[in-house]
Design a protein around this ligand. Sequence first.
Ligand code: SF4
Length: 293
Amino acid sequence: MENIVTFSQLLKVTDRHKKRICEVFCELESHMLEKSREEIRNLALRNLNVMKSSIKDGLKNFGISPSGMSGEDSQKILKRYRNADNLPFNSLIGKILTYSIAISEENQRMGRIVACPTAGSCGILPSVITAYTEEYGFSEEGQIDALITAGVIGKIAAQQMPLAGAVAGCQAECGVASAMAAGAAVDLMRGNNEQVVHAAALALKNVMGLVCDPVAGLVEVPCIKRNGFLAVHAVTASEMALAGVQSFIPPDEVVQAVKQAGVLMSPMLKESSEAGLAVTDTAKQIVKDVLNM
Ligand code: SF4
């Protein structure tokens, strides 16, 4: 089987074989890595289990970080969604917000997470798969399928653009993570292959230009809360796609546009902490107080 580098190629192959994206990608990985399909699925299961542990760890290990910038936000959201009625978000979204921030806080503590696609964006995909599963009761096999589907989206993006904030801004980290989560959500809800790809494109193009400006160079502000925002953003994209809404700009062209935005983005806004939130008065004070600089 030939390698798949674009979304249009992916849809052609799935159409030709009349298979779901996760099935085709599992076969492709099996061929490329010289492993059985069962071994590929077991690898995915292992990652899924680490993702779930990172949610539990994140909710258990709360506490203010050494910089004072983060550490207890997942607990605040957890409490709000446990103890109140008539909230504007339903339980699914409450869980996605809680879990995405819990994992990101755990990443800040150097806990064990799955970089999907990066450590800075590690809360987005796991929170979506886990919250959907808790709310709708998806099987382990269904979750593995969704994770593999998300993997295809990440792999196609990675073959066309760099997935690092230092090279292409946060659009390449949290943006791609959100695209992966949007595709996974469509897969879980049994949308079709085209809807998976369009959900990914809708999520990605609507964060195009998102800069990377971490305060004091730490993956805390804006990173942790951004995981919460872009996890919910993934649900918006998936719901639009499931309703039949498509990205007017074809998904592969969206990836190219995001790549170009990354090239044009000032190096001062690509993880160097030389602009944006990283040079606000408050950020400068954090650098002075915490890093003694
Ligand atoms: S702001 Fe930068 S460091 Fe933070 S998650 Fe985004 S890309 Fe990563």
